[in-house]
Design a binder for this molecule. Structure first.
Ligand code: NAG
Ligand code: NAG
Ligand code: NAG
Ligand code: NAG
Ligand code: NAG
Ligand code: NAG
Ligand code: NAG
Ligand code: NAG
Length: 444
């Protein structure tokens, strides 16, 4: 290439860069709404001011949405509970104190970032909308001062963590929109159960509407939706007291158009963009149909999700306490505690809610711990992968009192639950093998 054509190309390039929206926001160049946007380098995500569909266009929100999905799909909202009511004069700027501030010309501030990192210089920070949809504010030294991935709205994008801290009893939450036209804080949320530290909930207000199985290595097994060419990997990482859940997709470009979100209806959905149908396809959702909702079947009853229509059933050694198992199940024979109780194995189940997590036990030690305490009704034992264990790979769970929200799943999803029964109860279901323990009970 000769110099003349090189300089022509450079000239064209600079023209192009003048026309395209940038992915970076610098202190000297605030975004002026309603027209300015940031577009990620790969063109997948946009950040700007939006007004929800069908609303009377008097409320404006700073948000991130898919830039190349025809159905306007917002994945993050900055000022969800503090909309701007005039759009012409609003700006998003990086201040000389290294904050992002959404304000109008009359000086009203609608939203601002808060950073836990204290910077020395202050000025010179730059915000960028990255290819994965993360808006990141960095100091002039390159330190991350704030990022939207740490402040989720209702959507979890691939690579975005959902964190809980067991010891500090705090969890990040996804919180639904109020309605399709209203991004303000809705009634449904998703987050970690900080009391056990090893399961996730969907809440309706303060009531649990669905519960994940307890975290286990099985959760890290890849999920391939039927007919899909890609695989979804979930990863649970324990770092000290903090547990974080993220997922990723084997095919990067497909993955960028896949997310999970808590919809305003209360369903937690995995969605992928189907460009043929030009619509979002829901791959999976919780709660599912039938008795999948939290504690839909009564105490000691389980929801059999392997049936075409999931239904409540009683485990071996139990019978319906009432006309059907959906009201709960009662023991055929009372536990005797000291004399001859045994454990029966319920294979591939979603273990009950509210386990007590006992650390540092072997499998035998976990069984002995349960057998040795008359109030212990069941236990489950698993080894965690090294990433999940935080140093102690054992995961011994014990249950006291009523067993609620059990489910029977397909082979890959469930784990074995050891349920305490009185000695003489014989299993009447060949699928649920009996397992007696060679321990003498030490109840006093
Ligand atoms: C907006 O209104 C149209 C027509 O009433 C409707 O079909 C569409 O679903 C609405 N959009 C949303 C996001 O509610
Ligand atoms: C930072 O910005 C504010 C408001 O624009 C201005 O009043 C102040 O002088 C600036 N401070 C520095 C150190 O530049
Ligand atoms: C939560 O549960 C209580 C008791 O069952 C019920 O009265 C209340 O309406 C529920 N709240 C929501 C938001 O569903
Ligand atoms: C996408 O939509 C088309 C047309 O509705 C449908 O035939 C196809 O199965 C969908 N693909 C996926 C992966 O859902
Ligand atoms: C069976 O149902 C009765 C009446 O509702 C209740 O009092 C009892 O606690 C139940 N038993 C069990 C084991 O759930
Ligand atoms: C785990 O238990 C073993 C044997 O009971 C004990 O020697 C060890 O110190 C325990 N480790 C921790 C971290 O508690
Ligand atoms: C049995 O476990 C319960 C609940 O953890 C506890 O309160 C009780 O003290 C234990 N009993 C014995 C004998 O260890
Ligand atoms: C847990 O790990 C131990 C030692 O590696 C192994 O013997 C045992 O079978 C494992 N238990 C389960 C439930 O995977």
């Amino acid at each position: 290439m000769d110099l003349a054509s090189l300089s022509t190309s450079l000239f064209l390039l600079s023209l192009v860069s003048l026309c395209i929206s940038d992915d970076q926001l610098e202190p000297a160049k605030p975004l002026v709404f309603p027209n300015d946007k940031l577009i990620s380098n790969n063109g997948f995500f946009a950040l700007g001011l939006f007004s929800p569909a069908n609303s009377s266009s008097t409320r404006f929100y700073l948000g991130i949405w898919y830039n190349n999905v025809p159905e306007h799909t917002v994945v993050w909202v900055a000022n969800r509970d503090n909309p701007i009511t005039i759009s012409s004069a609003a700006t998003l700027a990086v201040t000389n104190r290294s904050e992002l501030v959404l304000s109008d010309t009359e000086g009203r501030i609608y939203w601002t970032t808060t950073s836990s990192v204290t910077t020395t210089g202050g000025a010179g920070a730059i915000a960028a909308l990255l290819n994965d949809g993360n808006l990141v504010l960095r100091s002039s030294e390159g330190a991350v001062l704030w990022q939207s991935f740490d402040h989720p709205t209702d959507t979890l994008l691939p690579g975005m963590p959902l964190r809980m801290n067991y010891r500090m009893h705090i969890t990040q939450q996804l919180v639904s929109w109020k309605s399709p036209e209203d991004p303000s804080t809705g009634d449904f949320s998703v987050g970690g159960d900080v009391s056990s530290g090893i399961q996730f909930f969907i809440w309706h207000g303060s009531n649990i509407s669905w519960r994940s199985p307890p975290l286990s290595s099985a959760m890290n097994s890849p999920y391939q939706p039927s007919d899909a060419s890609y695989v979804i990997f979930t990863s649970v990482v324990v770092n000290g007291d903090e547990i974080s859940l993220t997922y990723s997709v084997s095919d990067g470009s497909v993955g960028l158009q896949l997310h999970t979100r808590i919809a305003y209806t209360g369903r937690y959905e995995y969605r992928i963009w189907n460009s043929t149908a030009s619509a979002w396809t829901v791959l999976d959702r919780h709660p599912g149909p039938g008795c999948d909702g939290y504690a839909s079947c009564g105490p000691f009853s389980y929801c059999d999700v392997t049936e075409a229509v999931p239904t409540c059933k009683c485990p071996d050694g139990f019978e319906p306490n009432g006309s059907t198992p959906s009201g709960g199940c009662a023991r055929k024979e009372m536990l005797r505690c000291g004399d001859g109780d045994h454990f029966t194995t319920l294979p591939h189940v979603k273990t009950p809610a509210m386990p007590v997590f006992v650390r540092n036990r072997s499998s035998d030690g976990c069984a002995a711990e349960c057998l040795g305490n008359c109030s212990c009704k069941a236990y489950a034992y698993a080894n965690m992968s090294s990433a999940m264990s935080g140093g102690d790979p054992s995961r011994c769970l014990l249950w006291f009192g009523e067993l609620v929200d059990m489910g029977k799943y397909t082979h890959i999803d469930g784990e074995d639950l050891y349920l305490r029964l009185a000695g003489s109860t014989e299993p009447n279901n060949w699928k649920w093998a009996r397992l007696a323990f060679p321990f003498s009970s030490s109840c006093s």
